[in-house]
Design a binder for this molecule. Structure first.
Ligand code: MTE
Ligand code: MO
Length: 448
């Protein structure tokens, strides 16, 4: 007997992405109990069919009728707003220990290792706050559009959230990635899990109205006005310059919807800007003001931070595009492969320039590459899921993924990136990630 669905538990997802000491001991002792009941038996069956047969026949999880098959379940609306199963309580956002001193100026990382497909559940969307999050009363929130002078924009206007929701809307699925995602890796810190290496990345279906339409309602003059300033309503006064060229294709949205419901407070409720493909900081949350002007604003968030420190010591400013990137999310750092045989390498690829064209996967540190299967539809500036079967024979393996986007950009190696960028930067690290699988099945972050 062979249960194909039983493959997933072979990579055990423990808290923090690590195995508990007890579990690790169990693995070393060779106890199968680690893989619950029938699943464990079925997995064993992939390599030893006869044994699997014997184990499944007297498995109490099959032959003993459980309480949930005999009694009454919970009533409707017991969870008026549904929450995940109690058995999924380890799948949460996590703060990287020691990364930030104060939680209000912090990051919580998305558990990429545990997610499927491309949509990040709203409650798991990574969070980056410069001064904490707020749950703002939407009836009191206002969005003002003005020009740096009256020639830029003829009629300054103030919109309520209701005003915006009465306009025709656009819904699109896009990733948001912080410009500092994978930032620790420039210095070869090699943080242990994909949650911490790549978890400042999430993807939602967003709903809102094009910023260009709002500006045109105000009589914007795009011959004069070449730059937009976006300003948030939180105490950090988050302000970013966005070139008008970026908003002209209607991709930049003033967003109120996220995955079919209103934005979550942590993600900017009731209004945020969404600048697809551009580093997350430009997607200003709690958006309260848009100004049209004729030059870049050079605000604190553009001068002090979000500038790339180059190899020669110079800083590169306004590098906004999140370049082509990918990462294997499973097996990934901190996980442990418990059984030899068939596994599935899976991960995410994305590019701030458009669609993903292909993803190649290597299991030998980049000597040989095979093209991964990419889940369709592939959308622009959106996460793309890839997979490749992996037969683990108990030997060391170096797992890598390399994405190519529709503009022909190829994800670089660390050596290629460092040759230009050095190793002291924070932002815009799109290097190829390597996971080492050791003969004991442990998966570790290494750099090649
Ligand atoms: N108003 C406001 N907008 C903000 C921020 C902030 O602190 N305040 N953080 C920015 C940064 S640096 C990023 S990466 C994204 C993160 O969006 P998220 O918290 O919804 O994931 O929001 C951006 N917009
Ligand atoms: Mo960010």
């Amino acid at each position: 007997m062979m249960f194909v669905t039983a493959l997933a538990p072979a990579i055990r997802k423990a808290p923090e992405g690590f195995l508990s000491p007890a579990d690790t001991a169990a693995v070393h002792a060779g106890r199968r109990s680690l893989l619950a009941g029938a699943f464990g038996a079925a997995l064993a069956g992939l390599t030893k069919p006869a044994q699997a047969q014997a184990q499944t026949e007297d498995d109490p999880n099959i032959v003993v009728l459980p309480a949930h098959s005999k009694g009454l379940g919970q009533g409707v609306a017991t969870n008026a707003y549904g929450v995940p199963s109690q058995f999924e309580k380890n799948i949460i956002r996590r703060e990287s220990p020691g990364l930030t001193q104060v939680p209000q100026a912090g990051v919580s990382f998305c558990p990429l290792q545990s997610l499927f497909g491309i949509i990040t559940p709203s409650g798991l969307h990574f969070e980056r706050h410069h001064q904490g999050w707020w749950d703002i009363d939407p009836s009191k929130h206002r969005l003002m559009l003005n020009g740096s002078d009256e020639r830029m924009l003829k009629r300054p206007m103030v919109f309520t959230v209701d005003d915006l929701m009465r306009l025709p809307s656009i819904t699109r699925t896009h990733f948001i990635e912080c410009g500092a995602n994978s930032g620790m890796e420039w210095g070869n810190v090699a943080v242990p899990t994909v949650q911490y290496t790549h978890g400042m990345l999430s993807c939602s279906e967003f709903t809102g109205v094009p910023l260009r339409m709002l500006l045109e309602m105000c009589g914007a003059d795009f011959k004069r006005g070449k730059f937009v300033l976006a300003e948030g309503a939180d105490g950090s006064s988050m302000t970013r310059t966005i070139p008008v060229s970026l908003i002209q294709n209607d991709e930049v949205l003033v967003v109120y919807g996220q995955n079919g419901e209103m934005l979550r407070p942590e993600n900017g409720y009731p209004l945020r800007l969404l600048v697809p493909g551009v580093q997350g900081v430009s997607s200003v949350k709690y958006l309260r003001r848009i100004e049209l002007g004729d030059m870049p604003y050079g605000t604190k968030d553009e001068v002090i931070g979000y500038a790339d420190l180059m190899k020669d010591g110079q800083h590169r400013q306004y590098t906004s595009i999140q370049e082509v990137k990918s990462v294997i999310t499973s097996p990934s750092g901190g996980q442990k492969i418990l059984l030899q045989g068939q596994h599935n390498i899976t991960g995410l690829a994305w590019s701030g320039r458009g669609k993903i064209k292909r993803v190649d996967v290597s299991i030998d540190g980049g000597r040989n590459w095979r093209q991964a299967r990419v889940q369709t539809p592939v959308m622009s500036k959106c996460l793309t899921r890839f997979q490749l079967p992996f037969n683990w024979t108990g030997e060391s393996a170096l797992l890598m993924s390399r994405a190519v986007d529709e503009t022909g950009h190829i994800q670089p190696t660390y050596a290629e990136n460092r040759a230009v960028r050095g190793s002291r930067g924070i932002y815009h690290n799109n290097s190829i990630q390597t996971w080492l699988v050791t003969p004991s099945g442990e998966v570790k972050n290494v750099q090649l």
